[in-house]
Write a new protein. Structure first.
Ligand code: PLP
Length: 493
Protein backbone atom coordinates (compact mmCIF):
# COMPACT_ATOMS: atom_id res chain seq x y z
CA UNK A 1 0.00 0.00 0.00
CA UNK A 2 1.58 3.27 -1.04
CA UNK A 3 1.90 5.91 1.69
CA UNK A 4 -0.78 8.17 0.25
CA UNK A 5 -3.22 5.27 -0.20
CA UNK A 6 -2.57 4.15 3.34
CA UNK A 7 -3.30 7.68 4.54
CA UNK A 8 -6.60 7.89 2.68
CA UNK A 9 -7.72 4.42 3.70
CA UNK A 10 -6.64 5.09 7.26
CA UNK A 11 -8.75 8.25 7.43
CA UNK A 12 -11.64 6.31 6.00
CA UNK A 13 -11.20 3.42 8.45
CA UNK A 14 -11.08 5.75 11.46
CA UNK A 15 -14.21 7.40 10.05
CA UNK A 16 -15.83 4.01 9.73
CA UNK A 17 -15.00 3.12 13.34
CA UNK A 18 -16.30 6.46 14.66
CA UNK A 19 -19.42 5.97 12.56
CA UNK A 20 -19.83 2.45 13.94
CA UNK A 21 -19.75 3.85 17.47
CA UNK A 22 -22.41 6.38 16.47
CA UNK A 23 -24.59 3.59 15.05
CA UNK A 24 -24.16 1.15 17.94
CA UNK A 25 -27.70 1.49 19.20
CA UNK A 26 -29.16 0.57 15.82
CA UNK A 27 -27.87 -3.03 15.92
CA UNK A 28 -29.26 -6.03 17.81
CA UNK A 29 -26.84 -6.35 20.73
CA UNK A 30 -26.44 -10.12 20.35
CA UNK A 31 -25.54 -11.28 16.84
CA UNK A 32 -28.70 -12.82 15.37
CA UNK A 33 -26.82 -15.54 13.50
CA UNK A 34 -26.60 -19.30 13.61
CA UNK A 35 -23.31 -21.21 13.59
CA UNK A 36 -21.86 -21.17 10.07
CA UNK A 37 -23.80 -18.12 8.86
CA UNK A 38 -20.72 -15.91 8.74
CA UNK A 39 -18.50 -18.58 7.23
CA UNK A 40 -21.09 -19.14 4.50
CA UNK A 41 -20.57 -15.55 3.37
CA UNK A 42 -16.81 -15.90 3.05
CA UNK A 43 -15.03 -17.30 -0.01
CA UNK A 44 -13.77 -20.82 0.66
CA UNK A 45 -10.42 -20.11 -0.98
CA UNK A 46 -7.86 -17.33 -0.49
CA UNK A 47 -7.80 -14.53 -3.08
CA UNK A 48 -5.54 -15.21 -6.03
CA UNK A 49 -4.93 -11.56 -6.77
CA UNK A 50 -4.62 -8.67 -4.38
CA UNK A 51 -6.92 -5.66 -4.20
CA UNK A 52 -6.63 -3.05 -6.89
CA UNK A 53 -5.39 -0.13 -4.79
CA UNK A 54 -7.67 2.19 -2.87
CA UNK A 55 -10.60 1.49 -5.17
CA UNK A 56 -10.37 -2.23 -4.57
CA UNK A 57 -10.82 -1.61 -0.87
CA UNK A 58 -14.40 -0.63 -1.55
CA UNK A 59 -15.16 -4.36 -1.33
CA UNK A 60 -13.58 -4.53 2.12
CA UNK A 61 -15.82 -1.75 3.43
CA UNK A 62 -18.80 -3.52 1.91
CA UNK A 63 -17.86 -6.78 3.61
CA UNK A 64 -17.53 -5.00 6.92
CA UNK A 65 -21.15 -3.95 6.57
CA UNK A 66 -22.54 -7.13 5.04
CA UNK A 67 -20.49 -9.93 6.60
CA UNK A 68 -18.79 -8.67 9.74
CA UNK A 69 -21.41 -6.43 11.36
CA UNK A 70 -24.35 -8.84 10.98
CA UNK A 71 -22.24 -11.52 12.69
CA UNK A 72 -21.06 -9.29 15.51
CA UNK A 73 -22.22 -9.26 19.10
CA UNK A 74 -21.84 -5.61 19.98
CA UNK A 75 -19.81 -5.57 23.15
CA UNK A 76 -19.50 -1.81 22.79
CA UNK A 77 -23.26 -1.31 22.74
CA UNK A 78 -24.33 0.83 25.70
CA UNK A 79 -26.95 -1.87 26.36
CA UNK A 80 -24.41 -4.71 26.63
CA UNK A 81 -24.53 -5.84 30.26
CA UNK A 82 -23.23 -9.41 29.91
CA UNK A 83 -20.18 -11.10 31.47
CA UNK A 84 -17.87 -8.22 32.37
CA UNK A 85 -17.36 -5.21 30.13
CA UNK A 86 -14.58 -5.19 27.52
CA UNK A 87 -13.97 -1.47 27.33
CA UNK A 88 -12.88 0.35 24.21
CA UNK A 89 -12.15 4.07 24.15
CA UNK A 90 -10.92 6.58 21.59
CA UNK A 91 -7.53 7.13 23.26
CA UNK A 92 -6.98 3.37 23.59
CA UNK A 93 -7.81 2.70 19.94
CA UNK A 94 -5.40 5.45 18.92
CA UNK A 95 -2.77 3.86 21.14
CA UNK A 96 -3.37 0.49 19.44
CA UNK A 97 -2.96 2.15 16.07
CA UNK A 98 0.29 3.73 17.18
CA UNK A 99 1.53 0.41 18.48
CA UNK A 100 0.72 -1.23 15.16
CA UNK A 101 2.30 1.59 13.20
CA UNK A 102 5.51 1.67 15.21
CA UNK A 103 5.64 -2.11 14.94
CA UNK A 104 8.09 -2.42 17.80
CA UNK A 105 8.85 -5.87 19.16
CA UNK A 106 9.89 -5.16 22.72
CA UNK A 107 11.12 -8.53 23.93
CA UNK A 108 14.32 -6.97 25.29
CA UNK A 109 15.11 -3.52 26.54
CA UNK A 110 17.57 -3.26 23.65
CA UNK A 111 14.91 -4.09 21.05
CA UNK A 112 12.52 -1.49 22.48
CA UNK A 113 13.94 0.93 25.05
CA UNK A 114 10.87 3.19 24.90
CA UNK A 115 8.53 0.19 24.87
CA UNK A 116 10.17 -1.10 28.05
CA UNK A 117 10.64 2.10 29.99
CA UNK A 118 7.27 3.58 29.12
CA UNK A 119 5.64 0.34 30.25
CA UNK A 120 7.51 0.34 33.56
CA UNK A 121 6.53 3.96 34.18
CA UNK A 122 2.86 3.47 33.28
CA UNK A 123 2.71 0.42 35.54
CA UNK A 124 4.20 2.51 38.36
CA UNK A 125 1.52 5.12 37.71
CA UNK A 126 -1.08 2.39 38.15
CA UNK A 127 0.43 1.36 41.49
CA UNK A 128 -0.08 4.94 42.64
CA UNK A 129 -3.51 5.33 41.05
CA UNK A 130 -4.85 2.14 42.62
CA UNK A 131 -3.23 2.61 46.02
CA UNK A 132 -1.21 -0.62 45.71
CA UNK A 133 1.84 -1.26 47.94
CA UNK A 134 5.08 0.52 47.03
CA UNK A 135 6.75 -2.91 46.96
CA UNK A 136 5.12 -3.38 43.52
CA UNK A 137 6.92 -0.40 42.00
CA UNK A 138 9.54 -1.04 39.34
CA UNK A 139 11.70 1.41 41.27
CA UNK A 140 11.45 -0.72 44.44
CA UNK A 141 14.30 -3.11 45.27
CA UNK A 142 12.53 -6.32 44.18
CA UNK A 143 9.15 -5.51 42.61
CA UNK A 144 7.62 -4.30 39.38
CA UNK A 145 4.73 -4.41 36.99
CA UNK A 146 4.28 -5.74 33.47
CA UNK A 147 1.47 -5.92 30.95
CA UNK A 148 0.24 -9.45 30.30
CA UNK A 149 -2.24 -10.42 27.63
CA UNK A 150 -4.89 -11.50 30.10
CA UNK A 151 -5.62 -12.26 33.73
CA UNK A 152 -5.30 -15.92 32.81
CA UNK A 153 -1.73 -15.38 31.66
CA UNK A 154 -1.03 -13.38 34.81
CA UNK A 155 -2.19 -16.28 36.97
CA UNK A 156 -0.05 -18.71 34.99
CA UNK A 157 3.01 -16.47 35.32
CA UNK A 158 2.39 -16.06 39.05
CA UNK A 159 2.07 -19.82 39.43
CA UNK A 160 5.29 -20.68 37.63
CA UNK A 161 7.11 -18.02 39.67
CA UNK A 162 5.63 -19.51 42.83
CA UNK A 163 6.72 -22.98 41.76
CA UNK A 164 10.29 -21.80 41.17
CA UNK A 165 10.37 -20.14 44.57
CA UNK A 166 8.98 -23.08 46.54
CA UNK A 167 11.39 -25.46 44.83
CA UNK A 168 14.26 -23.23 45.88
CA UNK A 169 13.05 -22.52 49.40
CA UNK A 170 11.53 -25.92 50.22
CA UNK A 171 13.16 -28.47 47.94
CA UNK A 172 11.91 -32.05 47.72
CA UNK A 173 9.47 -34.26 45.90
CA UNK A 174 6.35 -33.53 47.93
CA UNK A 175 3.40 -32.76 45.64
CA UNK A 176 2.55 -29.10 45.16
CA UNK A 177 -0.95 -27.94 46.04
CA UNK A 178 -2.76 -24.73 45.02
CA UNK A 179 -5.82 -23.31 46.80
CA UNK A 180 -8.65 -20.96 45.94
CA UNK A 181 -12.33 -20.58 46.73
CA UNK A 182 -14.97 -22.52 44.84
CA UNK A 183 -15.73 -19.22 43.09
CA UNK A 184 -12.27 -18.78 41.59
CA UNK A 185 -12.06 -18.15 37.86
CA UNK A 186 -11.42 -21.22 35.72
CA UNK A 187 -8.05 -19.77 34.66
CA UNK A 188 -6.56 -20.98 37.95
CA UNK A 189 -7.25 -24.58 37.02
CA UNK A 190 -5.99 -23.98 33.50
CA UNK A 191 -2.76 -22.50 34.88
CA UNK A 192 -2.32 -25.52 37.16
CA UNK A 193 -2.92 -27.87 34.22
CA UNK A 194 -0.46 -25.95 32.05
CA UNK A 195 2.33 -26.12 34.59
CA UNK A 196 1.70 -29.72 35.48
CA UNK A 197 0.52 -29.09 39.03
CA UNK A 198 -2.90 -30.49 38.15
CA UNK A 199 -3.22 -33.69 36.17
CA UNK A 200 -6.43 -32.58 34.47
CA UNK A 201 -9.53 -30.49 35.07
CA UNK A 202 -10.87 -32.96 37.62
CA UNK A 203 -7.76 -32.97 39.81
CA UNK A 204 -9.08 -31.66 43.11
CA UNK A 205 -6.13 -33.08 45.02
CA UNK A 206 -3.61 -30.59 43.68
CA UNK A 207 -6.00 -27.69 43.11
CA UNK A 208 -8.20 -27.52 46.17
CA UNK A 209 -11.31 -25.43 46.03
CA UNK A 210 -12.24 -24.06 49.40
CA UNK A 211 -15.74 -23.43 50.71
CA UNK A 212 -17.02 -19.89 50.86
CA UNK A 213 -19.11 -18.02 53.37
CA UNK A 214 -22.65 -16.88 52.60
CA UNK A 215 -21.37 -13.93 50.55
CA UNK A 216 -19.26 -16.26 48.36
CA UNK A 217 -15.95 -14.98 49.73
CA UNK A 218 -13.35 -17.61 50.64
CA UNK A 219 -13.73 -19.02 54.13
CA UNK A 220 -10.31 -18.62 55.84
CA UNK A 221 -11.02 -21.33 58.43
CA UNK A 222 -11.75 -23.83 55.67
CA UNK A 223 -8.51 -22.78 53.96
CA UNK A 224 -6.58 -23.34 57.17
CA UNK A 225 -8.09 -26.80 57.60
CA UNK A 226 -7.20 -27.80 54.04
CA UNK A 227 -3.62 -26.54 54.34
CA UNK A 228 -3.09 -28.19 57.71
CA UNK A 229 -4.43 -31.48 56.36
CA UNK A 230 -2.14 -31.32 53.31
CA UNK A 231 0.92 -30.45 55.39
CA UNK A 232 0.18 -33.40 57.66
CA UNK A 233 -0.02 -35.61 54.54
CA UNK A 234 3.43 -34.43 53.45
CA UNK A 235 2.30 -32.14 50.62
CA UNK A 236 3.64 -28.68 49.74
CA UNK A 237 1.03 -25.89 49.74
CA UNK A 238 2.65 -23.38 47.37
CA UNK A 239 -0.01 -21.12 45.86
CA UNK A 240 -3.17 -19.41 46.99
CA UNK A 241 -5.26 -17.39 44.58
CA UNK A 242 -7.54 -14.88 46.25
CA UNK A 243 -10.11 -13.00 44.19
CA UNK A 244 -11.25 -9.41 44.53
CA UNK A 245 -14.52 -9.46 42.59
CA UNK A 246 -15.37 -13.01 41.58
CA UNK A 247 -16.62 -13.68 38.07
CA UNK A 248 -20.00 -14.99 39.13
CA UNK A 249 -21.07 -12.50 41.74
CA UNK A 250 -18.28 -9.99 42.43
CA UNK A 251 -17.46 -11.54 45.82
CA UNK A 252 -14.36 -10.44 47.68
CA UNK A 253 -11.92 -12.78 49.42
CA UNK A 254 -10.57 -11.13 52.58
CA UNK A 255 -6.80 -10.85 52.18
CA UNK A 256 -6.00 -10.11 55.82
CA UNK A 257 -7.30 -13.40 57.26
CA UNK A 258 -5.88 -15.34 54.28
CA UNK A 259 -2.43 -13.85 54.89
CA UNK A 260 -2.72 -14.76 58.57
CA UNK A 261 -3.57 -18.38 57.68
CA UNK A 262 -0.51 -18.58 55.43
CA UNK A 263 1.72 -17.13 58.15
CA UNK A 264 0.25 -19.34 60.90
CA UNK A 265 0.59 -22.56 58.94
CA UNK A 266 4.19 -21.77 57.97
CA UNK A 267 3.32 -21.60 54.26
CA UNK A 268 4.71 -18.06 53.95
CA UNK A 269 7.98 -19.00 55.61
CA UNK A 270 8.43 -21.99 53.33
CA UNK A 271 8.07 -19.83 50.22
CA UNK A 272 4.32 -20.07 49.48
CA UNK A 273 2.82 -17.44 47.18
CA UNK A 274 -0.35 -15.39 47.52
CA UNK A 275 -1.73 -14.12 44.22
CA UNK A 276 -4.68 -11.74 43.92
CA UNK A 277 -6.92 -11.88 40.88
CA UNK A 278 -8.79 -8.58 40.67
CA UNK A 279 -9.42 -8.94 36.93
CA UNK A 280 -12.63 -6.92 36.89
CA UNK A 281 -12.89 -5.18 40.28
CA UNK A 282 -9.31 -3.89 40.25
CA UNK A 283 -10.32 -0.93 38.07
CA UNK A 284 -12.53 0.40 40.88
CA UNK A 285 -9.46 0.82 43.09
CA UNK A 286 -8.83 4.13 41.33
CA UNK A 287 -11.48 5.40 43.78
CA UNK A 288 -10.28 5.47 47.40
CA UNK A 289 -13.79 4.62 48.63
CA UNK A 290 -13.62 1.22 46.88
CA UNK A 291 -10.33 0.09 48.41
CA UNK A 292 -11.66 -1.90 51.35
CA UNK A 293 -10.53 -5.13 49.65
CA UNK A 294 -6.92 -4.00 49.77
CA UNK A 295 -6.70 -4.57 53.55
CA UNK A 296 -4.04 -7.24 54.00
CA UNK A 297 -2.14 -6.49 50.77
CA UNK A 298 1.16 -6.60 52.65
CA UNK A 299 1.03 -10.41 52.49
CA UNK A 300 0.40 -10.47 48.72
CA UNK A 301 3.13 -11.60 46.31
CA UNK A 302 1.37 -10.68 43.08
CA UNK A 303 -1.74 -8.88 41.94
CA UNK A 304 -3.42 -8.44 38.60
CA UNK A 305 -6.33 -6.61 37.06
CA UNK A 306 -7.58 -6.07 33.53
CA UNK A 307 -7.70 -2.47 32.27
CA UNK A 308 -9.25 -4.21 29.25
CA UNK A 309 -12.34 -4.94 31.27
CA UNK A 310 -13.43 -1.79 33.04
CA UNK A 311 -10.69 0.81 32.59
CA UNK A 312 -11.27 2.09 29.07
CA UNK A 313 -8.34 0.21 27.54
CA UNK A 314 -8.78 -2.09 24.57
CA UNK A 315 -8.17 -5.79 24.88
CA UNK A 316 -5.50 -7.04 25.47
CA UNK A 317 -4.17 -5.39 28.58
CA UNK A 318 -3.76 -7.07 31.94
CA UNK A 319 -1.73 -5.21 34.55
CA UNK A 320 0.33 -7.64 36.61
CA UNK A 321 2.42 -6.62 39.61
CA UNK A 322 4.75 -8.56 41.85
CA UNK A 323 6.97 -7.75 44.78
CA UNK A 324 9.29 -10.63 43.80
CA UNK A 325 10.41 -10.10 40.23
CA UNK A 326 13.39 -12.36 40.95
CA UNK A 327 11.05 -15.36 41.13
CA UNK A 328 9.66 -14.50 37.68
CA UNK A 329 13.15 -14.32 36.22
CA UNK A 330 14.06 -17.58 37.93
CA UNK A 331 11.04 -19.28 36.34
CA UNK A 332 11.06 -17.71 32.90
CA UNK A 333 14.59 -16.64 31.91
CA UNK A 334 16.39 -18.53 29.19
CA UNK A 335 19.20 -16.70 27.37
CA UNK A 336 20.04 -18.07 23.94
CA UNK A 337 23.12 -16.73 22.17
CA UNK A 338 21.13 -14.86 19.54
CA UNK A 339 19.52 -12.63 22.17
CA UNK A 340 22.69 -11.74 24.06
CA UNK A 341 23.40 -8.03 24.20
CA UNK A 342 25.39 -5.59 26.27
CA UNK A 343 22.43 -3.94 27.98
CA UNK A 344 21.03 -7.27 29.24
CA UNK A 345 24.49 -8.40 30.32
CA UNK A 346 24.93 -5.19 32.33
CA UNK A 347 22.00 -6.22 34.54
CA UNK A 348 20.81 -2.63 34.58
CA UNK A 349 17.78 -3.03 32.30
CA UNK A 350 14.45 -4.86 32.37
CA UNK A 351 13.92 -7.45 29.65
CA UNK A 352 10.18 -8.06 29.77
CA UNK A 353 10.46 -11.33 27.83
CA UNK A 354 11.54 -12.80 31.19
CA UNK A 355 8.29 -11.71 32.82
CA UNK A 356 5.88 -13.48 30.47
CA UNK A 357 5.24 -16.67 28.49
CA UNK A 358 5.90 -15.50 24.90
CA UNK A 359 9.18 -14.03 23.76
CA UNK A 360 7.83 -11.26 21.53
CA UNK A 361 5.70 -8.44 22.79
CA UNK A 362 3.79 -5.51 21.37
CA UNK A 363 4.04 -1.92 22.54
CA UNK A 364 0.84 -2.25 24.59
CA UNK A 365 1.81 0.43 27.09
CA UNK A 366 0.98 3.09 24.49
CA UNK A 367 -2.75 2.57 24.78
CA UNK A 368 -2.65 2.58 28.57
CA UNK A 369 -0.47 5.69 28.50
CA UNK A 370 -2.94 7.51 26.28
CA UNK A 371 -5.90 6.40 28.41
CA UNK A 372 -4.26 7.59 31.64
CA UNK A 373 -3.21 10.88 30.04
CA UNK A 374 -6.55 11.51 28.35
CA UNK A 375 -8.78 10.84 31.35
CA UNK A 376 -6.44 11.52 34.25
CA UNK A 377 -7.13 10.23 37.73
CA UNK A 378 -10.25 12.35 38.04
CA UNK A 379 -11.72 11.22 34.75
CA UNK A 380 -11.19 7.56 35.62
CA UNK A 381 -12.73 8.03 39.05
CA UNK A 382 -15.77 9.77 37.59
CA UNK A 383 -16.17 6.95 35.07
CA UNK A 384 -16.16 4.19 37.71
CA UNK A 385 -18.34 6.14 40.13
CA UNK A 386 -20.99 6.72 37.49
CA UNK A 387 -21.29 2.98 36.76
CA UNK A 388 -21.51 2.21 40.46
CA UNK A 389 -24.21 4.87 40.79
CA UNK A 390 -26.16 3.30 37.92
CA UNK A 391 -25.90 -0.11 39.58
CA UNK A 392 -27.27 1.42 42.79
CA UNK A 393 -30.20 2.83 40.81
CA UNK A 394 -30.85 -0.60 39.30
CA UNK A 395 -30.80 -2.21 42.76
CA UNK A 396 -33.34 0.37 43.92
CA UNK A 397 -35.72 -0.57 41.10
CA UNK A 398 -35.32 -4.30 41.77
CA UNK A 399 -36.12 -3.70 45.43
CA UNK A 400 -39.38 -1.95 44.52
CA UNK A 401 -40.75 -4.78 42.37
CA UNK A 402 -41.86 -7.78 44.44
CA UNK A 403 -41.54 -10.12 41.44
CA UNK A 404 -37.77 -9.70 41.52
CA UNK A 405 -35.10 -10.12 44.17
CA UNK A 406 -31.40 -9.45 44.58
CA UNK A 407 -29.46 -12.71 44.64
CA UNK A 408 -26.53 -11.24 46.56
CA UNK A 409 -25.71 -7.69 47.65
CA UNK A 410 -24.53 -5.49 44.74
CA UNK A 411 -20.79 -5.61 44.14
CA UNK A 412 -19.58 -2.30 42.66
CA UNK A 413 -21.37 -2.14 39.30
CA UNK A 414 -22.44 -5.80 39.17
CA UNK A 415 -25.97 -6.71 40.20
CA UNK A 416 -26.99 -10.37 40.47
CA UNK A 417 -30.76 -10.61 40.58
CA UNK A 418 -33.61 -12.87 39.54
CA UNK A 419 -37.30 -13.50 39.49
CA UNK A 420 -38.16 -14.41 43.07
CA UNK A 421 -39.56 -17.83 43.94
CA UNK A 422 -43.35 -17.98 44.03
CA UNK A 423 -44.91 -19.40 47.20
CA UNK A 424 -44.22 -23.16 47.36
CA UNK A 425 -42.43 -23.09 43.99
CA UNK A 426 -39.68 -25.70 43.60
CA UNK A 427 -36.26 -24.11 43.09
CA UNK A 428 -35.86 -25.86 39.71
CA UNK A 429 -39.05 -24.16 38.54
CA UNK A 430 -37.80 -20.73 39.64
CA UNK A 431 -34.55 -21.40 37.81
CA UNK A 432 -36.45 -22.39 34.68
CA UNK A 433 -38.48 -19.16 34.74
CA UNK A 434 -35.28 -17.15 35.09
CA UNK A 435 -33.63 -19.03 32.25
CA UNK A 436 -36.63 -18.36 30.04
CA UNK A 437 -36.66 -14.69 31.01
CA UNK A 438 -33.00 -14.28 30.08
CA UNK A 439 -33.47 -16.01 26.74
CA UNK A 440 -36.45 -13.83 25.87
CA UNK A 441 -34.62 -10.71 27.00
CA UNK A 442 -31.56 -11.40 24.85
CA UNK A 443 -33.69 -12.49 21.89
CA UNK A 444 -35.15 -8.96 21.72
CA UNK A 445 -31.74 -7.69 20.64
CA UNK A 446 -32.35 -4.59 22.74
CA UNK A 447 -30.00 -5.58 25.54
CA UNK A 448 -27.65 -8.39 26.45
CA UNK A 449 -27.21 -9.92 29.91
CA UNK A 450 -25.56 -13.16 30.98
CA UNK A 451 -26.22 -15.55 33.84
CA UNK A 452 -24.49 -17.59 36.50
CA UNK A 453 -25.37 -20.31 38.96
CA UNK A 454 -24.64 -19.55 42.60
CA UNK A 455 -24.09 -22.58 44.81
CA UNK A 456 -26.40 -23.26 47.73
CA UNK A 457 -25.26 -22.04 51.15
CA UNK A 458 -26.91 -23.36 54.33
CA UNK A 459 -30.68 -23.38 53.81
CA UNK A 460 -30.39 -21.54 50.51
CA UNK A 461 -30.59 -23.72 47.39
CA UNK A 462 -28.37 -23.44 44.34
CA UNK A 463 -29.73 -20.60 42.23
CA UNK A 464 -29.72 -19.60 38.57
CA UNK A 465 -29.32 -15.81 38.51
CA UNK A 466 -29.09 -13.02 35.97
CA UNK A 467 -26.06 -10.75 35.99
CA UNK A 468 -26.32 -7.05 35.18
CA UNK A 469 -22.73 -5.90 34.69
CA UNK A 470 -22.76 -2.16 34.11
CA UNK A 471 -19.54 -0.71 32.74
CA UNK A 472 -19.82 0.11 29.06
CA UNK A 473 -17.88 3.12 27.82
CA UNK A 474 -21.11 4.63 26.48
CA UNK A 475 -23.65 3.32 29.01
CA UNK A 476 -25.85 5.98 30.52
CA UNK A 477 -28.75 5.98 32.94
CA UNK A 478 -31.28 5.82 30.09
CA UNK A 479 -29.83 2.50 28.90
CA UNK A 480 -29.99 0.95 32.35
CA UNK A 481 -33.51 2.26 32.85
CA UNK A 482 -34.61 0.89 29.45
CA UNK A 483 -33.19 -2.51 30.36
CA UNK A 484 -35.11 -2.52 33.63
CA UNK A 485 -38.35 -1.53 31.93
CA UNK A 486 -37.87 -4.32 29.39
CA UNK A 487 -37.31 -6.80 32.22
CA UNK A 488 -40.48 -5.63 33.91
CA UNK A 489 -42.47 -5.90 30.69
CA UNK A 490 -41.26 -9.44 30.01
CA UNK A 491 -41.94 -10.45 33.60
CA UNK A 492 -45.52 -9.25 33.17
CA UNK A 493 -45.92 -11.22 29.97
N1 PLP B 1 -10.32 -13.68 36.64
C1 PLP B 1 -11.54 -13.18 36.87
C2 PLP B 1 -11.98 -12.90 38.28
C3 PLP B 1 -12.39 -12.92 35.80
O1 PLP B 1 -13.63 -12.44 36.03
C4 PLP B 1 -11.96 -13.19 34.48
C5 PLP B 1 -12.84 -12.94 33.35
O2 PLP B 1 -13.94 -12.50 33.45
C6 PLP B 1 -10.69 -13.70 34.31
C7 PLP B 1 -9.89 -13.95 35.40
C8 PLP B 1 -10.16 -14.00 32.95
O3 PLP B 1 -9.79 -12.84 32.33
P1 PLP B 1 -8.90 -12.83 31.02
O4 PLP B 1 -9.83 -12.94 29.89
O5 PLP B 1 -8.18 -11.50 31.08
O6 PLP B 1 -7.96 -13.97 31.10
Amino acid sequence: LAAEEFRQLGYRMVDWIAGYWDRLESFPVRAPVAPGDVAARLPPHPPEQGLDGEKGWEAVFQDLEQVVLPGTTHWQSPSFFGYFPANVSGPAVLGELLSAGLGVQGMLWSTGPACTELEARVMDWLVELLGLPASFLSTSPTGGGVIQGSASEATLVAMVAARARIRRMSPGDAPLVAYASTQVHSSLLKAAMLCGVARDASDTTHVRTIATDATYGLNPEALERAITEDLAAGKRPFFVCATLGTTSSGAVDRLGPIGEVLARTGVTASGGWLHVDAAWAGAALVCPEFREGLAGMEAVDSFCFDPHKWLLTNFDCDAFFTRDRGALLEALSVMPEYLRNTASASGSVTDYRDWQVPLGRRFRALKLWLVLRHYGRQGLQAYIREHVRLAQRFVGWVAQDARFELAVPRSLALVCFRLAARPAEASAATDARNRALLERLNATGEVFLSHTVLPGVGERPTRYVLRMAIGGTRTQEGHVRACWELLQRLASE
